[in-house]
Design a binder for this molecule. Structure first.
Ligand code: SF4
Length: 84
């Protein structure tokens, strides 16, 4: 299975697919700190219900993904995990 096939396999089971994806990334218009906190909490609550949370977090850490909520973590939390 290629990397792209593997991604499609687990991402096809992602709980964030669909309109709820909007809370996983900051809006283009920017956001206040409390809005960000609320948005990230909404996204993390979806991650908690997701069947592929472990695969997602591994993927985001391996790619050093710098934007959005992945595997129940924010950019800042992943930076701590990676140690940078
Ligand atoms: S863990 Fe969160 S970001 Fe990752 S696929 Fe599931 S719902 Fe989406």
């Amino acid at each position: 299975m290629s990397g792209g096939d593997a991604f499609r396999e687990w991402h096809g089971r992602a709980a964030c697919r669909g309109p709820q994806m909007v809370v996983f990334y900051p809006p283009d218009t920017g956001e206040q700190r409390d809005e960000r906190r609320w948005r990230e909490a909404q996204a993390k609550a979806i991650c908690e219900q997701c069947a592929v949370v472990g695969r997602c977090l591994e993927f985001a850490v391996a790619r050093r993904e710098t934007h959005g909520i992945w595997g129940g973590t924010s950019e800042t939390e992943r930076r701590v995990l990676i140690g940078r």
